[in-house]
Design a binder for this molecule. Structure first.
Ligand code: SF4
Length: 141
């Protein structure tokens, strides 16, 4: 069983109400059971929603309370981002999931690089950071 970003399977859960369906990935994983999640929706944020980014670090820093997640209206959405990551982890642990395929560059799902002020910077998203800390192997696509 694999955890996967909902937007990668075609759910319209992105901030702008669109998906990022990835057919080559779905073909490659067609023999696996996929469990789609959207950490930002899990955290209680609406869709569509204002675009958000991590300020002052990356997802690991958010979890350590050294950085915040702010949306483009200036609203602090740190708590919903952390709550959504925790819910995704809870679901993974309930189902015994050890592997996740998440959407690259996202402040929740990104691995190794996230968007900040229109540029890619080094770092992981909040959900990726929490899953990784808890032994789940994250692959970003
Ligand atoms: S990248 Fe992650 S948080 Fe963003 S829409 Fe896709 S599943 Fe949801």
């Amino acid at each position: 069983m694999i955890l996967i970003s909902g937007c990668l399977v075609g759910l319209e859960c992105r901030y702008d109400g669109t998906s990022e369906r990835n057919d080559p990935l779905l073909e490659a994983l067609k023999d696996r059971s996929l469990v789609p999640v959207c950490p930002e929706q899990f955290g209680g944020l609406p869709t569509p929603r204002a675009r958000a980014e991590i300020v002052g670090g990356d997802g690991h820093d958010v979890l350590a309370q050294r950085a915040r997640v702010m949306d483009e209206t200036g609203r602090d959405v740190t708590l919903p981002f952390i709550k959504g990551a925790k819910e995704a982890l809870k679901l993974s642990q309930l189902l015994g999931i050890k592997e996740a395929y998440l959407k690259r560059k996202s402040p929740s799902c990104g691995l190794g690089a996230i968007w900040r002020k229109g540029q890619l910077v080094q770092g992981d998203g909040v959900c990726t950071a929490l899953l990784s800390k808890n032994g789940i192997k994250v692959t970003c696509v």
